[in-house]
Design a protein around this ligand. Structure first.
Ligand code: XIL
Length: 498
């Protein structure tokens, strides 16, 4: 059975598209607790080397992309930015490059948010995947009453200006998104683009995109096309037809908004049949939702599903990589669009990695590519670290006590939970000011990317009462001076220095 959106679901999704529902604190707590339990069994024991490989380093070693959908407004939240920086080598704008965001009024373009995505990616050496030039959702209101010829002209102008603006910065574009109907018809979606322009609108869009940015790969993207079915076959036929007639098309995106336990059994065969037409493929919007609340069993199924999807991509030579549709369950689009469902991403609402995180790492780390077991020291970036300004502040107090010698040191860190609530898991971050490098850690899982260090609780020290304290430590190297970091974040809050 396929993880399909039914027509009702699609209607609901359009209806709720801009709504975002807060999740209950109880659910967040349960999720965090479940994550801690599950993560605890996979991390190293105290006293052993801890510097785990990031998804990014594993994907880099495989020559594939590991991407995430970015909301640039969230980068001010410490843990969000730390994960974004460390774990991904590809960025896609969750909303910032859509038609309503880039052309709110006819022929008036606003690129601020899209530029923020591109600049963020450039600062971390990440690729940018463009999403999306034409989609029947999130079109600006002014397009609603245009006649066929006017809508075609507006669409071509939009593509020319947007793909032109980002020319050279985006390696591939979703030129057309979700153009095919749900269900078994194998037909086009009954959108205003289809109704007013007719069948030619898709190829008009692809030709306009090629003209605007000849260096970008041009993709068609859709959901419920992950397995072999009427909808994916309709896209298959379109790609074959475009190839035969010389209409530009280079790639096909499979969104993979899936439900736990329902990764299509023929997904690999499906991606492969497209690859065999001579186009690249990729998993573009992966999330795997469940009915909420989550529990350990559902999270385990989800982890196995994530692993399956990553392995499917790795098994198809032309699969460029996998992109997850967000970082944390805290900000996933799922609960707002599929009421009663959620917990679809690989970090929970408190930024603790879920079993699915480890499953993705396991998939990326397995197979023939040798993966170094000791962390490769990163050359410190010769710029000052970008200060993060997470909110709220003052929910924690930190003491950082270094003990240095020669080119080595240890540091003991003590954190007190000054927040209003007890917590079940924690993520702690800071920047090293002078290129120090962690070599091993105890009582926390510590990862480092460039100057950024992130520590997460072990299975046995995630729970902290109000006023409770936790300590962890690490050993590291320095190049002669060992100034202490000055700013620390704890579950998204900036701490007081104690
Ligand atoms: C979603 C975003 O995640 C939401 O923030 C927004 O409100 C609606 O769009 N398929 C797509 C994505 O191609 O652009 C959608 O993203 C999710 C479904």
């Amino acid at each position: 059975m396929l993880a399909t959106h039914t027509k009702d679901r699609e209607r609901m999704r359009i209806h709720h598209l801009t709504r975002r529902h807060a999740r209950s604190g109880l659910l967040a707590g349960l999720l965090a607790a479940a994550s801690v339990l599950a993560v605890g069994v996979t991390v190293a024991q105290p006293g052993t080397a801890e510097a785990a490989a990031s998804l990014k380093s594993l994907a880099d070693a495989k020559g594939r992309d590991i991407g995430f959908a970015l909301d640039p407004n969230r980068l001010s939240e410490g843990p969000y930015k730390q994960i974004a920086d460390a774990e991904f080598n590809l960025v896609v704008a969750e909303n910032a490059m859509k038609w309503d965001a880039t052309e709110p009024n006819p022929n008036q373009f606003t690129f601020g948010q899209g530029d923020a995505v591109v600049n963020y990616a450039a600062s971390g050496g990440k690729k940018v995947y463009g999403h999306t030039l034409v989609w029947h959702n999130q079109m600006p209101n002014w397009t609603a009453n245009l006649s066929g010829p006017d809508l075609l002209a507006a669409m071509k102008n939009h593509i020319a200006k947007v793909a032109g603006h980002f020319k050279g910065k985006i390696f591939a574009w979703d030129v057309v998104n979700e153009a095919f109907a749900d269900g078994g018809s194998g037909g086009r979606r009954d959108s205003i683009l289809q109704q007013r322009i007719g069948n030619s609108w898709i190829e008009e869009a692809f030709r306009a995109a090629r003209a605007a940015d000849p260096g970008a790969k041009l993709c068609i993207n859709d959901y419920s096309t992950d397995g072999i079915n009427a909808k994916s076959t309709a896209i298959y036929n379109l790609v074959r037809d475009f190839k035969a007639r010389g209409v530009p098309i280079d790639c096909v995106g499979f969104q993979a908004h899936l439900i736990i336990g329902q990764v299509p059994g023929d997904m690999q065969a499906n991606l492969q049949r497209f690859a065999d037409l001579g186009v690249d493929v990729r998993v573009t919007e992966l999330d795997i939702r469940m009915s909420t609340p989550a529990n350990a069993t559902k999270l385990a199924t989800q982890a196995a599903d994530y692993k399956k999807v990553v392995n499917i991509c790795l098994a198809v030579a032309r699969c460029g990589g996998v992109t997850v549709w967000g970082i944390t369950d805290k900000y996933s689009w799922i609960p707002g669009v599929f009421p009663g469902e959620g917990a679809a991403l690989i970090w929970d609402e408190n930024y603790a990695p879920k079993p699915a995180y480890q499953a993705v790492a396991d998939a990326l780390g397995s197979g023939p590519t040798p993966v170094p077991t000791t962390p490769v020291p990163t050359t410190p970036v010769p710029t000052t670290p970008v200060p993060t300004t997470p909110t709220p502040t003052g929910n924690c107090t930190v003491t950082y006590v270094p003990n240095s010698w020669g080119n080595g040191f240890t540091a003991e860190i003590r954190i007190r939970n000054d927040g209003p609530n007890a917590i079940n898991s924690w993520s702690f971050g800071f920047y090293f000011p002078a290129g120090q490098q962690v070599t091993n850690a105890w009582n926390a899982t510590v990862t480092q990317s460039g100057t950024q260090v992130n520590a997460r609780n072990m299975s046995y020290n995630g729970a902290l009462s109000v006023g409770g304290t936790v300590s962890f430590g690490f050993q590291g190297t320095h190049t002669g001076s060992n100034p202490s970091p000055t700013s620390f974040t704890f579950n998204g809050s900036v701490c007081r220095n104690g």
